[in-house]
Design a protein around this ligand. Structure first.
Ligand code: FEO
Length: 392
């Protein structure tokens, strides 16, 4: 395949992975993904920005077959879906200088065994003149590793934004051609990967705002010719804005917990609070992550397996805890047979959240009248908290 032209002297040379369905053996990829690498040719020098996942290295090497010389290889992010083909690229272009952040230099040594003397660490704001193409390196740590950098191409006003503003979306189009589809995929990507780093993203976005940007070229998914659009979406996702809704992830074995979840749903809806329910036996965890972007409240529903929580609930609680969403309130409901530590286990798994724990509702066997009354009280408590906090 030939590299795709973005501007004179600027090309996309990545790989589209239509069939990948899982990332990190964890994140569902319903729409595949792409690994975006870029070639920037100046009148004097040529640079390659990032590489591709090692599973796609033949694709990148084929795209590079017409590129006689690469002077610089820029590694914006050491995670292997972008750095994994570096060793092969450096083998083909042994005189190329590898540029990355100081932390990236360490990581590339640790992860890929690339010798430190092959790598130059660039400082924040440092520029590289390729001859009519000037690259400025911006240290943008924690999107989503500590070593990540972005690169701004001054003459063409292109921001190579690393994983930030990316989407796991395989597409035949170089640019966004279906905004709704890309927005959905970007939100999923943000929720699964970037959400814990909201504060950092805010700072990076304030900095990007000082650059005139015509194109955002992320490391995954289609490129953005309308940077304002994707930036606006991200600004909303990282904002303090919360929707008047409750997220209800649950598992059920014989229907008791589900009956409680259903009753809580009805009670909340009656009170004017929206509900997003996720039966963890069948749910797509990416959808659950997306629902958390603007959620103020979560209620886990779990039966008791032996003496503890259902493993699917622990898995989900672990994920929620790791993603550090904006949640303000939480509770646990569920059924048990002979006691146990279900609620204790779920609470300790999500102990990193800064959410106020509301009263749990734990029921022996099937829920009875008094139990439904307790669920109704929980619904009222949630509704009141939302009102008090102007969550509408
Ligand atoms: Fe796309 Fe963090 O690697």
């Amino acid at each position: 395949m030939e590299p795709k032209k973005i501007k004179d002297g600027v090309f996309w040379a990545g790989a589209v992975d239509w069939d990948r369905r899982l990332f990190d053996s964890l994140i569902p990829l319903p729409d595949g993904t792409s690994y975006n690498a870029y070639i920037v040719k100046g009148s004097q020098k040529t640079a390659l920005i990032d590489t591709v996942d090692p599973s796609k290295s033949p694709v990148l090497l084929d795209e590079l077959k017409g590129v006689e010389k690469i002077d610089y290889v820029i590694s914006q992010h050491s995670e292997q879906d972008h750095s994994g083909t570096l060793p092969e690229v450096l083998k083909r272009y042994p005189d190329a200088r590898l540029l990355t952040s100081p932390k990236g230099r360490e990581f590339l040594g640790d992860l890929l065994g690339i010798a430190g003397d092959k790598i130059t660490a660039v400082s924040d704001g440092e520029t590289l003149d390729l001859g009519g193409k000037t690259l400025e390196f911006l240290h943008t740590p924690w999107v989503h590793w500590p070593e990540t950098i972005s690169t701004y191409l001054k003459e063409d006003r292109i921001l190579f934004s690393c994983d930030l503003f990316g989407s796991h979306l395989a597409s035949a189009s170089l640019y966004v051609d279906d905004y709704e589809k890309v927005c959905e995929a970007s939100k999923r990507y943000y929720a699964e990967v970037m959400m814990p780093f909201r504060a950092t993203i805010k700072k990076h976005m304030e900095r990007f705002g000082k650059f005139p940007i015509e194109i955002i070229a992320p490391s995954h998914g289609p490129l953005h010719k309308d940077p304002e659009c994707i930036m606006k979406s991200h600004a909303e996702w990282i904002s303090e804005k919360l929707s008047n809704k409750v997220i209800l992830p649950y598992a059920t074995m014989h229907g008791s917990t589900e009956a409680m979840v259903d009753f809580l749903t009805e009670s909340l809806v009656k009170n004017g609070v929206g509900v997003e329910k996720f039966n963890l036996a069948v749910t797509d965890l990416g959808k659950l992550a997306m629902s958390l972007v603007d959620a103020p409240t979560i209620v886990f529903g779990s039966p008791t397996v032996l003496i503890g929580a259902h493993p699917a609930v622990i898995h989900a609680a672990f994920m929620v805890n790791a993603l550090r969403p904006k949640l303000k309130f939480a509770s646990i409901i569920g059924s048990y047979g002979w006691g146990g530590k279900m609620a204790e286990q779920v609470a300790s798994t999500m102990s990193g959240l800064k959410a106020e724990m509301l009263e749990n509702v734990l029921v022996k066997g099937r829920p009875k009248e008094a139990d439904f009354a307790a669920i109704e009280r929980l619904a009222l408590a949630i509704t009141a908290r939302h009102r008090e906090n102007n969550i509408s």
